[in-house]
Design a protein around this ligand. Structure first.
Ligand code: KG4
Ligand code: ZN
Length: 354
Protein backbone atom coordinates (compact mmCIF):
# COMPACT_ATOMS: atom_id res chain seq x y z
CA UNK A 1 0.00 0.00 0.00
CA UNK A 2 1.44 3.36 -1.04
CA UNK A 3 0.96 6.20 1.38
CA UNK A 4 1.62 9.88 0.81
CA UNK A 5 2.56 11.34 4.21
CA UNK A 6 2.92 14.95 5.30
CA UNK A 7 4.73 16.35 8.36
CA UNK A 8 4.72 20.08 9.14
CA UNK A 9 5.02 19.80 12.91
CA UNK A 10 7.79 22.34 13.40
CA UNK A 11 10.35 23.86 11.04
CA UNK A 12 10.67 21.18 8.39
CA UNK A 13 8.16 20.80 5.59
CA UNK A 14 8.29 17.16 4.59
CA UNK A 15 6.35 14.91 2.24
CA UNK A 16 7.12 11.23 1.71
CA UNK A 17 5.72 8.28 -0.14
CA UNK A 18 6.09 4.98 1.66
CA UNK A 19 5.16 1.38 1.02
CA UNK A 20 5.07 -0.58 4.27
CA UNK A 21 8.40 0.25 5.94
CA UNK A 22 10.06 1.30 2.69
CA UNK A 23 10.59 4.87 1.62
CA UNK A 24 9.85 5.39 -2.03
CA UNK A 25 10.36 9.12 -1.83
CA UNK A 26 11.08 11.57 1.00
CA UNK A 27 11.49 15.30 0.54
CA UNK A 28 12.47 17.49 3.48
CA UNK A 29 12.62 21.25 3.12
CA UNK A 30 14.29 22.67 6.21
CA UNK A 31 13.49 26.20 7.38
CA UNK A 32 16.60 26.38 9.54
CA UNK A 33 18.08 29.30 7.62
CA UNK A 34 14.91 31.36 8.12
CA UNK A 35 14.92 30.86 11.89
CA UNK A 36 18.66 30.96 12.47
CA UNK A 37 19.00 34.66 13.09
CA UNK A 38 16.20 34.55 15.71
CA UNK A 39 17.95 31.78 17.64
CA UNK A 40 14.87 29.52 17.53
CA UNK A 41 11.73 28.72 15.61
CA UNK A 42 9.42 31.73 15.05
CA UNK A 43 5.85 30.39 14.63
CA UNK A 44 4.61 33.03 12.18
CA UNK A 45 7.66 32.54 9.95
CA UNK A 46 7.26 28.75 10.13
CA UNK A 47 3.59 28.95 9.14
CA UNK A 48 4.27 31.17 6.14
CA UNK A 49 7.21 29.05 4.97
CA UNK A 50 5.13 25.84 5.19
CA UNK A 51 2.33 27.50 3.24
CA UNK A 52 4.66 28.79 0.56
CA UNK A 53 6.40 25.45 0.06
CA UNK A 54 3.89 22.68 0.66
CA UNK A 55 2.58 22.42 -2.91
CA UNK A 56 6.08 22.40 -4.33
CA UNK A 57 7.15 19.66 -1.90
CA UNK A 58 4.10 17.49 -2.63
CA UNK A 59 4.98 17.87 -6.29
CA UNK A 60 8.64 17.01 -5.73
CA UNK A 61 7.79 13.91 -3.68
CA UNK A 62 5.34 12.63 -6.26
CA UNK A 63 7.59 13.55 -9.18
CA UNK A 64 10.43 11.48 -7.75
CA UNK A 65 8.01 8.61 -7.46
CA UNK A 66 6.78 9.25 -11.00
CA UNK A 67 3.16 9.58 -10.04
CA UNK A 68 1.29 11.44 -12.76
CA UNK A 69 0.81 14.50 -10.64
CA UNK A 70 -2.74 15.24 -11.60
CA UNK A 71 -4.24 11.87 -10.72
CA UNK A 72 -2.50 10.21 -7.75
CA UNK A 73 -3.59 6.76 -9.08
CA UNK A 74 -0.67 4.98 -7.40
CA UNK A 75 -1.33 6.53 -4.00
CA UNK A 76 -3.69 4.54 -1.76
CA UNK A 77 -3.92 6.79 1.30
CA UNK A 78 -2.92 10.18 2.63
CA UNK A 79 -1.33 10.46 6.10
CA UNK A 80 -0.60 13.53 8.18
CA UNK A 81 0.92 14.50 11.51
CA UNK A 82 -1.82 15.66 13.86
CA UNK A 83 0.49 16.69 16.72
CA UNK A 84 2.37 17.38 18.88
CA UNK A 85 3.97 20.47 17.41
CA UNK A 86 3.42 24.10 16.60
CA UNK A 87 -0.31 24.68 16.08
CA UNK A 88 0.08 27.08 13.16
CA UNK A 89 2.57 24.75 11.47
CA UNK A 90 0.50 21.57 11.98
CA UNK A 91 -2.51 23.33 10.46
CA UNK A 92 -0.77 23.77 7.13
CA UNK A 93 -0.05 20.05 6.71
CA UNK A 94 -3.50 19.01 7.90
CA UNK A 95 -5.21 21.41 5.51
CA UNK A 96 -3.19 20.07 2.59
CA UNK A 97 -3.80 16.44 3.59
CA UNK A 98 -7.56 17.02 3.76
CA UNK A 99 -7.51 18.77 0.42
CA UNK A 100 -5.62 15.90 -1.26
CA UNK A 101 -7.77 13.20 0.37
CA UNK A 102 -10.95 14.86 -0.82
CA UNK A 103 -9.73 15.81 -4.26
CA UNK A 104 -8.42 12.33 -5.07
CA UNK A 105 -10.94 10.41 -2.99
CA UNK A 106 -8.36 8.77 -0.70
CA UNK A 107 -8.63 7.63 2.89
CA UNK A 108 -6.90 9.81 5.48
CA UNK A 109 -4.78 8.60 8.42
CA UNK A 110 -3.70 10.86 11.29
CA UNK A 111 -0.44 10.15 13.09
CA UNK A 112 1.23 11.25 16.32
CA UNK A 113 4.63 12.76 15.55
CA UNK A 114 6.25 11.13 18.61
CA UNK A 115 5.21 7.71 17.37
CA UNK A 116 7.11 8.66 14.25
CA UNK A 117 10.35 9.13 16.18
CA UNK A 118 9.80 5.77 17.93
CA UNK A 119 9.36 3.96 14.63
CA UNK A 120 12.21 5.81 12.92
CA UNK A 121 14.83 3.03 13.46
CA UNK A 122 12.57 0.65 11.53
CA UNK A 123 12.13 2.89 8.51
CA UNK A 124 13.80 1.33 5.47
CA UNK A 125 15.28 2.79 2.34
CA UNK A 126 13.87 1.85 -1.06
CA UNK A 127 15.95 -1.35 -1.10
CA UNK A 128 14.46 -2.47 2.20
CA UNK A 129 17.45 -1.75 4.46
CA UNK A 130 17.94 -2.09 7.38
CA UNK A 131 16.30 -5.51 7.53
CA UNK A 132 15.66 -5.58 11.27
CA UNK A 133 12.47 -7.14 12.60
CA UNK A 134 10.37 -6.00 15.53
CA UNK A 135 11.06 -7.69 18.87
CA UNK A 136 8.67 -6.14 21.34
CA UNK A 137 8.78 -4.78 23.99
CA UNK A 138 11.28 -1.95 23.59
CA UNK A 139 12.30 0.80 25.95
CA UNK A 140 11.99 3.90 23.78
CA UNK A 141 13.61 7.26 24.39
CA UNK A 142 12.65 10.24 22.25
CA UNK A 143 15.10 13.12 22.45
CA UNK A 144 14.25 16.05 20.23
CA UNK A 145 13.90 19.80 20.32
CA UNK A 146 10.44 19.53 21.82
CA UNK A 147 10.45 16.25 23.75
CA UNK A 148 12.41 14.04 26.11
CA UNK A 149 10.26 11.00 26.81
CA UNK A 150 10.63 7.42 27.95
CA UNK A 151 8.06 5.15 26.37
CA UNK A 152 7.50 1.43 26.70
CA UNK A 153 6.86 0.39 23.12
CA UNK A 154 4.75 -2.70 23.84
CA UNK A 155 3.56 -3.68 20.41
CA UNK A 156 2.55 -2.01 17.17
CA UNK A 157 0.73 1.20 18.06
CA UNK A 158 0.78 0.34 21.78
CA UNK A 159 2.73 2.60 24.09
CA UNK A 160 3.07 3.62 27.71
CA UNK A 161 4.82 6.85 28.63
CA UNK A 162 6.87 6.30 31.79
CA UNK A 163 8.82 9.54 32.01
CA UNK A 164 9.13 12.92 30.37
CA UNK A 165 10.61 16.34 30.83
CA UNK A 166 9.00 18.68 33.31
CA UNK A 167 10.24 21.75 31.43
CA UNK A 168 12.82 22.08 28.63
CA UNK A 169 13.58 19.18 26.31
CA UNK A 170 17.19 17.99 25.90
CA UNK A 171 17.49 19.49 22.40
CA UNK A 172 15.90 22.71 23.60
CA UNK A 173 18.51 22.99 26.37
CA UNK A 174 21.30 22.57 23.80
CA UNK A 175 19.63 25.14 21.53
CA UNK A 176 19.17 27.72 24.31
CA UNK A 177 22.73 27.33 25.54
CA UNK A 178 24.11 27.65 22.03
CA UNK A 179 22.08 30.84 21.66
CA UNK A 180 23.55 32.17 24.91
CA UNK A 181 27.02 31.48 23.57
CA UNK A 182 26.17 33.20 20.29
CA UNK A 183 26.49 29.96 18.34
CA UNK A 184 23.25 30.22 16.37
CA UNK A 185 20.42 27.74 15.79
CA UNK A 186 20.14 24.78 15.98
CA UNK A 187 22.56 24.36 18.86
CA UNK A 188 23.00 20.59 18.95
CA UNK A 189 25.28 20.17 15.92
CA UNK A 190 27.59 23.08 16.76
CA UNK A 191 27.86 22.01 20.40
CA UNK A 192 28.68 18.50 19.19
CA UNK A 193 31.52 19.85 17.03
CA UNK A 194 32.98 22.11 19.74
CA UNK A 195 32.72 19.37 22.37
CA UNK A 196 34.54 16.97 20.08
CA UNK A 197 37.32 19.51 19.62
CA UNK A 198 37.59 19.71 23.42
CA UNK A 199 37.82 15.92 23.65
CA UNK A 200 34.25 15.40 24.96
CA UNK A 201 35.45 16.01 28.48
CA UNK A 202 33.83 17.57 31.50
CA UNK A 203 35.71 20.73 32.55
CA UNK A 204 33.13 22.55 34.68
CA UNK A 205 30.94 19.86 36.20
CA UNK A 206 27.52 21.48 35.76
CA UNK A 207 24.65 19.91 37.72
CA UNK A 208 22.99 16.69 36.55
CA UNK A 209 19.31 17.51 37.04
CA UNK A 210 16.82 15.05 38.56
CA UNK A 211 19.33 12.29 39.10
CA UNK A 212 18.43 12.09 42.76
CA UNK A 213 14.73 11.72 42.10
CA UNK A 214 13.61 8.14 41.79
CA UNK A 215 11.34 8.67 38.81
CA UNK A 216 12.11 8.74 35.11
CA UNK A 217 11.39 12.41 34.55
CA UNK A 218 13.80 15.05 33.33
CA UNK A 219 14.20 18.76 33.96
CA UNK A 220 16.77 20.69 31.98
CA UNK A 221 15.79 24.27 32.67
CA UNK A 222 17.74 24.47 35.96
CA UNK A 223 20.87 23.25 34.20
CA UNK A 224 20.48 25.98 31.62
CA UNK A 225 20.08 28.55 34.43
CA UNK A 226 23.16 27.36 36.28
CA UNK A 227 25.13 27.59 33.05
CA UNK A 228 23.89 31.16 32.65
CA UNK A 229 24.94 32.13 36.18
CA UNK A 230 28.33 30.54 35.65
CA UNK A 231 28.80 32.60 32.52
CA UNK A 232 27.26 35.88 33.65
CA UNK A 233 30.15 37.45 35.61
CA UNK A 234 32.33 37.07 32.54
CA UNK A 235 29.88 38.56 30.08
CA UNK A 236 30.13 42.21 29.06
CA UNK A 237 26.86 43.88 30.11
CA UNK A 238 24.79 45.59 27.43
CA UNK A 239 25.27 49.00 29.12
CA UNK A 240 28.94 48.88 28.17
CA UNK A 241 30.20 48.42 31.74
CA UNK A 242 33.02 46.01 32.35
CA UNK A 243 32.47 42.33 33.04
CA UNK A 244 32.90 41.70 36.76
CA UNK A 245 35.26 38.78 36.24
CA UNK A 246 37.77 38.04 33.56
CA UNK A 247 38.27 34.32 33.74
CA UNK A 248 39.59 32.78 30.61
CA UNK A 249 36.66 30.73 29.41
CA UNK A 250 37.19 28.43 26.49
CA UNK A 251 34.05 28.07 24.41
CA UNK A 252 34.92 24.49 23.47
CA UNK A 253 35.29 23.53 27.10
CA UNK A 254 32.01 25.25 27.96
CA UNK A 255 30.17 23.47 25.14
CA UNK A 256 31.74 20.15 26.05
CA UNK A 257 30.90 20.47 29.75
CA UNK A 258 27.31 21.47 29.07
CA UNK A 259 26.84 18.64 26.60
CA UNK A 260 28.39 16.27 29.12
CA UNK A 261 25.87 17.32 31.80
CA UNK A 262 22.90 16.79 29.43
CA UNK A 263 24.13 13.46 28.06
CA UNK A 264 25.24 12.10 31.43
CA UNK A 265 21.72 12.81 32.73
CA UNK A 266 20.16 11.05 29.73
CA UNK A 267 22.39 8.01 30.12
CA UNK A 268 21.96 7.68 33.90
CA UNK A 269 18.19 8.03 33.66
CA UNK A 270 18.12 5.47 30.88
CA UNK A 271 20.12 3.12 33.05
CA UNK A 272 17.49 3.59 35.75
CA UNK A 273 14.73 2.95 33.20
CA UNK A 274 16.42 -0.29 32.10
CA UNK A 275 16.62 -1.44 35.71
CA UNK A 276 13.04 -0.46 36.53
CA UNK A 277 11.42 -1.90 33.43
CA UNK A 278 13.88 -4.78 32.95
CA UNK A 279 13.70 -4.04 29.23
CA UNK A 280 17.14 -4.12 27.68
CA UNK A 281 16.23 -3.51 24.06
CA UNK A 282 16.50 0.22 23.59
CA UNK A 283 15.24 2.48 20.81
CA UNK A 284 16.46 6.06 20.65
CA UNK A 285 14.90 8.52 18.20
CA UNK A 286 14.70 12.29 17.66
CA UNK A 287 17.02 15.02 16.42
CA UNK A 288 19.52 14.81 19.31
CA UNK A 289 20.45 11.22 18.44
CA UNK A 290 22.16 12.55 15.31
CA UNK A 291 24.99 13.12 17.81
CA UNK A 292 27.63 10.45 17.28
CA UNK A 293 29.17 10.81 20.71
CA UNK A 294 25.77 10.28 22.35
CA UNK A 295 25.28 7.16 20.22
CA UNK A 296 28.56 5.84 21.59
CA UNK A 297 27.42 6.53 25.16
CA UNK A 298 24.20 4.57 24.54
CA UNK A 299 26.13 1.70 22.95
CA UNK A 300 28.43 1.57 25.99
CA UNK A 301 25.41 1.61 28.30
CA UNK A 302 23.62 -1.33 26.68
CA UNK A 303 26.87 -3.26 26.52
CA UNK A 304 27.13 -2.98 30.31
CA UNK A 305 23.63 -4.45 30.58
CA UNK A 306 23.89 -7.08 27.82
CA UNK A 307 21.24 -5.20 25.91
CA UNK A 308 20.93 -3.68 22.47
CA UNK A 309 20.12 -0.29 21.02
CA UNK A 310 18.55 0.81 17.75
CA UNK A 311 18.96 4.26 16.21
CA UNK A 312 17.54 5.63 12.96
CA UNK A 313 19.72 4.14 10.24
CA UNK A 314 20.08 7.30 8.22
CA UNK A 315 20.78 10.79 9.51
CA UNK A 316 17.76 12.35 7.80
CA UNK A 317 15.55 10.02 9.87
CA UNK A 318 16.80 11.45 13.18
CA UNK A 319 15.21 14.85 12.62
CA UNK A 320 11.69 15.55 11.47
CA UNK A 321 10.59 13.76 8.31
CA UNK A 322 7.38 12.50 6.76
CA UNK A 323 8.76 9.02 6.00
CA UNK A 324 8.38 7.90 9.62
CA UNK A 325 4.79 9.22 9.56
CA UNK A 326 4.03 7.20 6.42
CA UNK A 327 5.44 4.02 7.96
CA UNK A 328 3.16 4.26 11.00
CA UNK A 329 0.24 5.10 8.76
CA UNK A 330 0.91 1.76 7.04
CA UNK A 331 0.45 -0.08 10.35
CA UNK A 332 -2.66 1.97 11.10
CA UNK A 333 -4.12 1.19 7.68
CA UNK A 334 -3.66 -2.55 8.34
CA UNK A 335 -5.88 -2.10 11.40
CA UNK A 336 -8.40 0.05 9.55
CA UNK A 337 -7.59 3.12 11.63
CA UNK A 338 -8.67 5.81 9.18
CA UNK A 339 -10.00 9.27 9.95
CA UNK A 340 -13.79 8.93 9.99
CA UNK A 341 -14.69 12.56 9.48
CA UNK A 342 -12.08 14.22 7.30
CA UNK A 343 -13.46 17.74 7.74
CA UNK A 344 -13.44 17.31 11.52
CA UNK A 345 -9.74 16.45 11.81
CA UNK A 346 -7.98 19.11 13.88
CA UNK A 347 -4.43 19.63 15.08
CA UNK A 348 -3.47 18.62 18.64
CA UNK A 349 -0.43 20.75 19.57
CA UNK A 350 0.05 18.85 22.87
CA UNK A 351 -0.59 15.33 21.75
CA UNK A 352 0.53 12.56 24.09
CA UNK A 353 1.03 9.01 22.97
CA UNK A 354 -0.84 6.26 24.72
O1 KG4 B 1 13.58 15.83 16.05
P1 KG4 B 1 13.97 17.23 15.73
O2 KG4 B 1 14.51 17.52 14.35
O3 KG4 B 1 12.78 18.20 15.89
C1 KG4 B 1 11.83 18.11 16.90
O4 KG4 B 1 10.88 17.29 16.77
O5 KG4 B 1 12.04 18.86 17.89
O6 KG4 B 1 15.03 17.69 16.82
C2 KG4 B 1 15.66 18.93 16.76
C3 KG4 B 1 16.67 19.01 17.90
C4 KG4 B 1 17.28 20.39 18.07
O7 KG4 B 1 17.19 20.75 19.43
C5 KG4 B 1 18.72 20.22 17.63
O8 KG4 B 1 19.63 21.08 18.29
C6 KG4 B 1 18.96 18.78 17.98
O9 KG4 B 1 17.78 18.12 17.64
N1 KG4 B 1 20.09 18.21 17.23
C7 KG4 B 1 21.23 17.74 17.80
C8 KG4 B 1 22.09 17.35 16.74
N2 KG4 B 1 21.44 17.58 15.56
C9 KG4 B 1 20.22 18.11 15.88
N3 KG4 B 1 21.59 17.63 19.09
C10 KG4 B 1 22.81 17.14 19.36
N4 KG4 B 1 23.70 16.77 18.41
C11 KG4 B 1 23.38 16.86 17.10
N5 KG4 B 1 24.26 16.50 16.16
ZN1 ZN C 1 10.35 15.65 15.90
Amino acid sequence: MNILAIDTSCDETSVAITDGRKILSNVIYSQVLLHKKWGGVVPSIAKRAHEERIDFIVKEATKKFQVPNSKFQTIDCIAVTQGPGLAVALEVGIKKAKELAKKYNKKLISVNHLEGHLYSPFVQNSRGNPKIDFKFPYLGLIISGGHTEFVIFKNHLEYEVIGSTLDDAAGEALDKTAKLLGLGYPGGPVIERLAKEAGNKDFHNFPRPMLKSNDLNFSFSGLKTSFYYFLRPCVIPSDGAKATESRNLDIRQLASSFQEAVFDTLIKKTERAIKQTEIKRLIVGGGVIANLYLRKLFRDLVKRHNGSVLFPSYKYLTGDNAAMIGVIAGFKAEKGLFVKNIDGLDRIPRFNIS
